[in-house]
Design a protein around this ligand. Structure first.
Ligand code: HEM
Length: 461
């Protein structure tokens, strides 16, 4: 047995011992690294974790099901990064009953009015694209970020005023740019040593976001804004039986920040990949346009209710390039997993990378083949781009709707040409994966649909 392997007296899952060597191999090629560990040690295997201790990893559906079935009391918060980044009331920083309570309040308002949200997503996509010149290449990921951040600011914060929206978007951009990926993993780097230190820059950018949110919250309260209008107005309206606010301002603020961060870069990455694959894989765009013929004529989002091929394209996009590598939990008590005992306080990961590339579940896994989603149904332990269990992504429905509406709208409205000359690979950015080049693409002109459009005017800003 190689030296790096844990000797395993207590039947812990086996795996390499050196953290630096493992991180080097993992960050170069995450899937290849996990596949070779799975081939060598079986599943679950274990790896040293930058969050401390070891992490048991598995992409077997039976193990994934077991990890997701675990109740909240079996798990603790993974690390303090979420709390230090988004505030101690942030969903990511809570566990047990506190987590369940905030999640209940949070799940209710996201995507309250799907029909309205779909129209808004379409209009934002059209308005953002209207700023592009024909024949010039641009970065699809950047364009997608502009769309998803605008949608977030309108639906989550309820901001319709142009100047206020611009301030929010600039503040969130500044905050995102100030987040250091290293500080997410290394606690020692999370100290404010002044405005020029990485954490100091971040703390100042966050204060700017807090100030804007406090102002927005005060306005929503003063004007008695309709709770249906936004997540912010809904949370501000919640009352306990004595009529006191159910969520404190700090709870609202921390979770607004969490939603805006968890939501916009992830969805933008999925959109950029969606545009990439629909232009790379022969036949996919034609099949999509064939299904979306009626939508192309009117851009009436009501026509997107039954679009199996579009749905299949979105699932395949999320499968072939998982944006998050998996769901990680910290054990509050030891867990038996696949014949091993994973000790208390260790981490366990349901690996999205491994299960999504498993040829026994997805034959020919490197191929982008949306048809696989028309040929069979995949279970909640096989198709896990949004995680699962009590921490499953609460924005999944919103993100999936945004992928469907924005992809359908862009592809039906415009003709694009991909400007990439080599296959685009995934790269890490702030703890998630995005297309390395951002996907260079060119807008050639309006797509000819043969009919005038109604309902297609970009929103007045
Ligand atoms: C394509 C886009 C997205 C992907 C791939 C994605 C994926 C994920 C994944 C894998 C998790 C962890 C789940 C687990 O541990 O089991 C997660 C958590 C989370 N996501 Fe998303 N997400 C997306 C979009 C969104 C959006 C649009 C929002 C909000 C509007 C959002 C809000 C959150 C929050 C708040 C959590 C933490 C949940 C908790 O700790 O209970 N996400 N997401």
């Amino acid at each position: 047995m190689p030296k790096s392997v844990q000797e395993n007296p207590a039947k812990c899952p086996l795996g390499p011992g050196s953290l630096p060597l493992h991180l080097w191999s993992y960050f170069r090629a995450p899937l290849r690294c996990y596949q070779s560990l799975a081939a060598r040690y079986g599943q679950p295997f274990s790896v040293p974790s930058p969050f401390g201790g070891r992490m048991a990893v598995s992409g077997c559906p039976a193990h994934i099901e077991q990890i997701y079935k675990g109740r909240g009391e079996n798990y603790r918060v993974v690390d303090t990064a979420s709390g230090m980044t988004f505030g101690e009331n942030s969903l990511g920083a809570l566990d047990g009953e506190a987590h369940a309570r905030v999640r209940r309040a949070l799940m209710a308002p996201i995507l309250r009015h799907p029909a309205h949200a779909a129209g808004l997503m379409r209009d934002v996509a059209l308005a953002v694209c209207a700023g592009q010149s024909y024949g010039e290449s641009f970065n699809m990921l950047e364009l997608a970020r502009t769309i998803t951040l605008d949608v977030t600011v309108r639906t989550i914060f309820g901001i319709l005023d142009e100047a206020e929206r611009r301030d929010f978007i600039a503040a969130i951009h500044a905050l995102r740019d100030s987040i250091s990926s290293l500080a997410i993993f290394v606690k020692a780097l999370r100290y404010d040593l002044g405005p020029w230190s990485p954490w100091g820059r971040f703390v100042r950018a966050r204060t700017r976001c807090y100030d804007l949110m406090d102002k927005r919250l005060a306005t929503a309260r003063e004007q008695g804004e309709d709770a249906q209008n936004s997540v912010l107005a809904y949370w501000a309206s919640l009352r306990d039986p004595d009529g006191a606010p159910l969520m404190s301002d700090a709870q609202i603020r921390d979770n607004l920040l969490t939603l805006s961060f968890a939501g916009h870069d992830t969805t933008a990455s999925a959109l950029a990949w969606g545009m990439y694959w629909t232009h790379v894989e022969p036949g996919v765009l034609a099949a999509l346009l064939d299904e979306l013929g009626d939508y192309a004529k009117t851009l009436d989002t009501g026509l997107l209710k039954r679009t199996p091929y579009l749905d299949a394209v979105c699932w395949e996009t999320l499968r072939i390039h998982p944006i998050a590598p998996g769901s990680i939990r910290r054990l509050a008590r030891a867990m038996e997993l696949g014949g091993y005992v994973v000790p208390e306080d260790s981490l366990v990961m349901a690996s999205t990378d491994l299960v999504s590339a498993d040829p026994s579940i997805y034959p020919d896994p490197e191929r982008f083949r949306p048809e696989r989603f028309l040929e069979r149904n995949y279970g909640p332990d096989e198709l896990i781009p949004f995680g699962g269990g009590e921490r499953r992504c609460p924005g999944a429905a919103m993100a999936f709707m945004e992928m469907r509406v924005v992809l359908a709208t862009l592809l039906c409205r415009y003709e694009f040409r991909l400007c990439e000359t080599r296959p685009v690979k995934p790269a890490w950015a702030n703890g998630i994966r995005q297309p390395e080049t951002g996907v260079r693409i060119r807008m050639e002109g309006l797509r000819d649909t043969g009919r005038p459009r109604a309902n297609a005017d970009p929103i007045a800003s």
